[in-house]
Design a protein around this ligand. Structure first.
Ligand SMILES: Nc1nc2c(ncn2[C@@H]2O[C@H](COP(=O)(O)OP(=O)(O)OP(=O)(O)O)[C@@H](O)[C@H]2O)c(=O)[nH]1
Ligand SMILES: [Mg+2]
Length: 385
């Protein structure tokens, strides 16, 4: 449509014949664009805040588009540095709170020298504009990160609103503070920015030797509660909803509401999405995401900590337990799907994928499967299969 808008008139004299030709040309273009649009399949990333939607979105850009050039990578430097300052401030604040409220308060008290550094970092972390991460500042942050009181506080991360990228960035402070630092692809995937509004990208998944031919338009939205009112405007004509559920969140509370368990919020949100009339013929692709965090967590935090998983019975330790726990969660989502999907009213595809959005190979494989499923579905709908 941009082309149509950029047409200029060169004469002030009305020329009816020319105007008619132009009008016909405009008609034809609109028609061509409408036909082209019909072939583009709309995919909608939905899910609660921090479930990994934007990370999937970034992976699509890396996998099926040109990725990030140097200028774009550099735009992530302030984001990465902000994540570092936010992390350390959150940990210092929490250690102070624990030192006041817990009986074993000494466990959470910083050493005298680190207290001073802590005050300086709290001041920086409270600013609206963060400074660039210098070598000196990163050394200060590293000292605090290694302080036993901060490590004790970090052990209780699920009680805090600590971003998932905290560990990764804290372990790379030296590199992040280099004067010539340019964020890597991995840094970009780890970088946490809350999405506000809607962003979209058009892509075609690449097959083994050639393009698959399908063109998708993927929409990413903000998942936090105040962002969800914007979703509804995107619900028409959706081929598939990719619903991201962070399965490692079962012992965490919402960022927007510290009294609400994140998994229960996801359950209610998934129910709501499934019951939308607009989605009666929309394929539902459920990504059980953050499996990497989940597989580490299940050994330390019982799944039945979460109200929804109260009836979970662990079987053993080790790999077997991870699979058992994962299958249990998957079954819960499956049951929920069938409860919210009346068979006589709904005609749609439902698939569940185990994902770790940071794992590029896995995301690529998942999208290949998703593409295959949607193409098969199209053939069935066209009566060709
Ligand atoms: N370890 C791990 N981290 C992940 C995974 N998926 C996402 N993350 C991290 O989790 C954080 C939040 O991910 P986002 O993709 O920003 O979440 P979102 O769903 O877009 O969040 P909103 O924009 O608030 O709705 C980021 O720091 C990601 O790097 C995963 O599978 N494993
Ligand atoms: Mg996002």
């Amino acid at each position: 449509m941009g082309l149509l808008c950029s047409r200029h008139q060169h004469s002030n004299k009305p020329d009816p014949e020319n105007a008619q030709v132009q009008a016909a040309e405009i008609e034809r273009r609109i028609e061509r664009e409408t036909i082209a649009e019909k072939h583009i399949q709309k995919l909608l990333l939905l899910g609660a805040g921090e479930s990994g939607k934007s990370t999937i979105f970034k992976q699509i850009k890396l996998l099926f588009q040109m990725g990030f050039d140097e200028a774009e990578l550099k735009t992530y430097t302030p984001v990465v540095h902000a994540n570092v300052y936010q992390t350390i401030k959150l940990l210092i604040d929490a250690s102070k709170e624990f030192a006041l409220s817990e009986t074993d308060s000494s466990k959470y008290s910083l050493s005298i020298h680190n207290k001073e550094i802590g005050d300086k970092l709290l001041e920086i972390g409270g600013r609206l504009d963060y400074p660039c991460l210098t070598k000196e500042l990163s050394e200060d942050i590293e000292k605090l990160w290694k302080d036993p009181a901060i490590q004790e506080t970090h052990a209780r991360a699920s009680e805090l609103q600590l971003p998932d990228c905290a560990n990764f960035f804290m372990e790379h402070l030296k590199r992040l503070s280099d004067v010539n630092y340019i964020p890597t692809k991995e840094d970009v995937l780890y970088a946490r920015v809350r999405t506000t509004g809607v962003v979209e990208i058009q892509f075609s998944p690449v097959g083994e030797n050639k393009k698959s031919g399908e063109v998708y338009r993927l929409f990413d939205v903000g998942g936090q509660r105040n962002e969800r009112r914007k979703w509804i405007h995107l619900f028409e004509g959706v081929t598939a909803v990719i619903f991201c559920a962070a399965i490692s969140d079962y012992d965490q509370m919402l960022y927007e509401d510290e009294n609400k368990n994140r998994m229960l919020e996801t359950k209610e949100l998934f129910e709501w999405v499934l019951k939308q009339r607009c989605f009666e013929r929309t394929s539902i692709m459920l990504f059980l995401n953050k499996f990497d965090i989940f597989e580490k967590k299940v050994h330390n935090v019982p799944l039945n900590t979460c109200e929804w998983f109260k009836d979970y019975q662990p079987v053993s330790s080790g790999k077997q337990e991870i699979e058992h726990a994962y299958e249990f969660v998957k079954k819960k989502f499956e049951e929920l799907y069938y409860q919210c999907t009346a068979p006589d009213r709904v005609d749609r595809v439902f698939k569940i994928y185990r994902t770790t959005a940071l794992d590029q190979k896995l995301v690529k494989k998942t999208f290949k499967l998703l593409d295959e499923t949607l193409r098969r579905r199209n053939l069935v709908e066209a009566g060709l299969l």
